[in-house]
Design a protein around this ligand. Structure first.
Ligand SMILES: O=P(O)(O)OC[C@H]1O[C@H](O)[C@H](O)[C@@H](O)[C@@H]1O
Length: 522
């Protein structure tokens, strides 16, 4: 069944949010904290060791109630249920959206077109497990009989960003296999990556849902030529090349043996596909058990998302608060700052997930929307960003809500570093919230004996404050916690797209450039 079609701006809740916005837009959050001694506790949500503190936002109980009322008025629960049930909610492509089935650990069936998709999902997972174990143990040999030492993932977009990010984020858990990612059509990318590789001991994983993507096919052909030029034969391809795709005939035409194809399905969107065989590089690099833990974490977040009331629901709250700024404060972007160097690739990954999903300007009826949809997502890791772009967030003219992501423990246990890292994590949220008033700056300069400079320097040293942020905290960066975090943002994206009354699961906006590039090439 199709998703409901409801212009969010015509709801009663939207109107009351507009009124509430007028009342609260300039309210100092310090005042809100003073008025309610339980604010921090009330505006924090927990799921196992993951907590979300969203108290430093320009919201109060009335705003939250109206945001939840908005979700109810557009019948968000119906949308959630339809997604999990395998309804054709990707209507423009006539597809179900079932990435949640890929991590369904409940043991329950997920029916699509009269069949339980879990049978095929589990078969593919089993195939990934067996294959990964064979490669890791050295039992799977390259064409000349040597064990594999290097894995090269060739894919782009969702067939690159997810596996690349997870392998990088969880490198602490990695085995001896070296992993490389080739995505760009830029020939220097492929040449730079393969120059040190030994064709005898390298396994190429070609990942393309459609197997028609120009970048991936060009890179795969280049790599195949290189492989064949190094003394390998056509028949050797079966030992050193595998593919992940829905397009079995195209993969076969490339020369990859049927047994070396890992299937995926139309109901998995590219940007939601790391949980499928698209995650083969993850399972190879980290071992299948770690991949499975990633799935478990995502599954646990799915359960939370599906069954928790909206006012206690982490992805829903995150989405609603984001809509509050995007549509009422008219902020344009959100910055995401993980305090872990391991999460360097997290924002590029989120950018595709969020911006390719919700960068739409017609509603589910095909009419232009007259309100803002997809946010611009950007960011990088703390503390690096404090020495780069945070100046603009603290003192620039734009209001930019921030998501901070931190961990209570580091992986190597270096307390000195971790304490310093986390003191910065807390300090940034606090600085954005508190700011620094004129009086404070005045006193500071006076105490420093710089009275003569006060009149000149004071305005430059003032921090307006009252800038919003959410803070995520988890115990440690584990495969399971990463799975939860990714699923949280996936569901946030879904909720936003649902409320904005747009289709989040197509991406026609990428096509025009592709078509024109073909013309230019000709
Ligand atoms: O996996 P593929 O079919 O090669 O697609 C790779 C990527 O390219 C497309 O243009 C889309 O924008 C992405 O959503 C997709 O992930």
């Amino acid at each position: 069944m199709a998703l409901k079609n409801q212009n969010p701006t015509e709801t009663i809740a939207w109107k009351s949010l507009q009124e509430l916005y007028q009342g609260i837009k300039n309210t100092d959050m310090k005042k809100l904290f003073m008025q309610d001694s339980e604010r921090l506790e009330k505006y924090s949500l927990k799921h196992d060791d993951l907590s979300l503190n969203f108290s430093k936002n320009r919201i109060n109980d009335d705003v939250l109630k109206s945001l939840v009322a908005l979700a109810n008025e557009v019948d968000l629960q119906d949308g959630i249920d339809k997604m999990f049930a395998g309804d054709i909610i990707n209507e423009t492509e006539n597809r179900a959206v079932l990435h949640t089935a890929l991590r369904n650990k409940s043991g329950n069936a997920v029916m699509f077109e009269g069949e339980n998709v879990m049978d095929e999902v589990n078969d593919t997972l089993q195939k990934m497990k067996v294959f990964s174990e064979k490669v890791i143990s050295g039992n799977h040999k390259g064409y000349s009989g040597k064990a594999i030492t290097d894995i090269v993932n060739i894919g782009i977009g969702g067939s690159d960003l997810g596996p690349r990010m997870v392998v990088d984020a969880l490198q602490y858990y990695k085995n001896h296999l070296k992993t490389h990612f080739i995505s760009n059509i830029d020939g220097d990318h492929v040449m730079e990556t393969i120059k040190e590789l030994d064709p005898e001991t390298t396994l190429f994983v070609i990942v393309s849902k459609t197997f028609t993507t120009q970048e991936t096919l060009t890179n795969a052909e280049t790599v195949k030529k290189w492989f064949l030029s190094k003394g390998a034969t056509q028949n050797d391809i079966q030992h050193n090349f595998v593919a992940v795709s829905t397009n079995l005939s195209k993969v076969a035409a490339f020369g990859i043996a049927e047994n070396n194809i890992f299937t995926m399905w139309d109901w998995v969107g590219g940007r939601y596909s790391l949980w499928s065989a698209v995650g083969l590089s993850i399972s190879l690099a980290l071992g299948f058990d770690n991949f499975d833990q990633l799935l478990t974490g995502a599954y646990e977040m799915d359960e939370h998302f599906k069954t928790t009331s909206f006012d206690q629901n982490i992805p829903v709250t995150l989405a609603l608060v984001s809509i509050w700024y995007n549509n009422f404060f008219e902020t344009e972007s959100e910055v995401v700052i993980p305090y872990s160097q391991y999460l360097t690739q997290f924002v590029p990954y989120l950018q595709q997930g969020s911006m390719e999903s919700n960068g739409k300007s017609v509603d589910r009826d095909g009419n232009p929307v007259d309100y803002q949809t997809g946010n611009i997502i950007w960011g990088n890791t703390g503390t690096n960003v404090q020495h780069a772009f945070m100046q603009l967030v603290h003192q620039g003219t734009k209001l930019i809500p921030v998501d901070f992501i931190g961990f209570r423990e580091s992986l190597y246990g270096n307390e000195d570093h971790h304490n310093k890292l986390m003191s910065n994590f807390y300090a940034q949220a606090e600085a954005l919230y508190l700011g620094k008033a004129k009086e404070e700056v005045h006193l500071e300069l006076k105490t420093a004996g710089q009275q003569d400079k006060i009149s000149k320097l004071l305005p430059f040293k003032v921090f307006e404050g009252n800038k919003p942020s959410n803070s995520f905290l988890m115990d440690k960066l584990t495969p399971k916690n990463l799975g939860k975090l990714i699923a949280t943002y996936e569901h946030k994206t879904f909720v936003q797209g649902y409320i904005w009354n747009i289709f989040s699961f197509d991406q026609f906006g990428v096509e025009l450039g592709k078509e024109l590039a073909k013309k230019f090439l000709a």
